[in-house]
Ligand binder design. Sequence first.
Ligand SMILES: Cc1cc2nc3c(=O)[nH]c(=O)nc-3n(C[C@H](O)[C@H](O)[C@H](O)COP(=O)(O)OP(=O)(O)OC[C@H]3O[C@@H](n4cnc5c(N)ncnc54)[C@H](O)[C@@H]3O)c2cc1C
Length: 372
Amino acid sequence: MSAFDCIIVGGGIVGAALADVLCAEGLSVALVEARSIGAGTTACGMGHLVAMDDNAPELALTAWSVALWRELRDDLPMAVEYDACGTLWLATDEEELAAIAAKVASYRGAGVRAEVLDAAALREAEPALTPDLVGALRVPDDAVVYPPRAALHFARRAQQRGARLMPGCPVAELRPDGVVLENGEVLAAGHVVLAAGVASPRLCPDLPISPRKGHLLITQRGAPVVRHQLVELGYLKSAHGSDGASVAFNAQPRVTGQLLLGSSRQPGVGSAQVEPAILERMLKRAADFLPGLDALRALRVWTGLRPATPDGLPLLGRHPGKPWLWLACGHEGLGITTATGSAQLVADQLLGRASAIDARPYAPSRFEVLHA
Ligand SMILES: Cc1cc2nc3c(=O)[nH]c(=O)nc-3n(C[C@H](O)[C@H](O)[C@H](O)COP(=O)(O)OP(=O)(O)OC[C@H]3O[C@@H](n4cnc5c(N)ncnc54)[C@H](O)[C@@H]3O)c2cc1C
C-alpha cells in the first residue's frame, strides 16, 4: 500500500489542474489515469476560455476561471497555444442585437470587459464574415488554448512539485481510504477525488452526469482569416433550449492558419461515431456565417462527450452521501475554461479555507439523489 494525502482519479484537464494546485500547497498527490493525461473529453474540446452568462453561478465561475488562466499565461509553454483572441458573439437580427445590451451589463457586473460592435465595426474587425450580420458583442479577455497540452502542462508541473503521475492505470473501485486499481493494486490516501469526467458514474453510479455529444471539424490551412473566436448569439438558445440535437456556428482561429469549427450538441448520446447528417447541418450553419468556407477542405472531424449535469453546473465538493469522496466532475461544455477555478474551489474545500467565489452553487449536495 502506498499512502498519499490525495488520490485524484482521472487525468483530464480538471484532475490535472487540481493536482497542480494541491501539490503547490505541499500535499502528496497521485494522479491516476486510465489512459494518458488529457486523453478523454479534454482531447476533444475546442479550448475556448470563455466567460458565459447563462446564469449567475456560471458567470461567476467562468469569469474567475478565465482571469486565473490569464494569470498563468506567461508561464504556459508555447505548445499550450494560449491565444488572447477574445470572443465575438454575433447578432443575426435586431432582436439579438437588442439582447446584447443586457449581456454587456451582466458581464461588466462580473468584472468582465465587454463592448458592442455595430455592423460597420464588425465588418472592420472580421471582414471574412457575411455582411448580413447586424453587430456583435466583443469580450476581449476571452482566449483559446490547446486543451490536451494544457492538461499535460498542469500534470507535469504537479509532477515537478512531487506528484506521482500514473497513466495507464484504470481505477476499479473507490474506497473511503483509497482506490483499487484494475490490476488489483491498492493505493491508500487521506482524500479521494473523482475527476473522471463523463466516466465518473461508472465508479460512482448515483452521479447525475450524462453524455452530451459534440462534433468538431478542423480545416486545412489557408482558411479565411479570422481574428476572434466567433460564436453566434443564437448559440445559447440552440445549446440549452431543446432536447434534441442542435447545431450552432462556432469558429476558432488556430495559430496554424486552420479554422476549428463547431459545434453540435446531442443530449444523452454516448456514442463516439461521427454522424454525417449532424456534420452537414453544422457546416451549412458555418457557411452561412463564413461564406469563404465553401472552398475549403476538412482535415479531420471528431466527436467528444461532454459530461453534463441536469443544471449545467459542475459538481465541486464533497459527495453528501459518501462524505469521504470528493467530486470534481460534470463540467459539460465549459471544463477547459473552468478547470482553473474548479481546481481552486475543490482545493480550498479540501484545505478547509474560503474561496474567492461562493462555492455553494456547485456543491454536489444540491442534488437530492446524492443524499441517499
Ligand atoms: C465538442 C466539444 C467542444 C468543447 N469545447 C469546449 C470549449 O471550447 N471550452 C471549454 O471550456 N470546454 C469545452 N468542452 C468541454 C470540455 O472539453 C470538458 O468539459 C472537459 O474536457 C472535461 O474535463 P475532465 O477532466 O472533467 O474530463 P476528461 O477530459 O474526460 O478527463 C477524465 C479522465 O478520467 C479518465 N478516467 C475515466 N475513467 C477512469 C478510471 N476508471 N480510472 C482512471 N481514470 C479514468 C479518462 O481516461 C479521462 O482522461 C468541449 C467538449 C466537447 C465534447
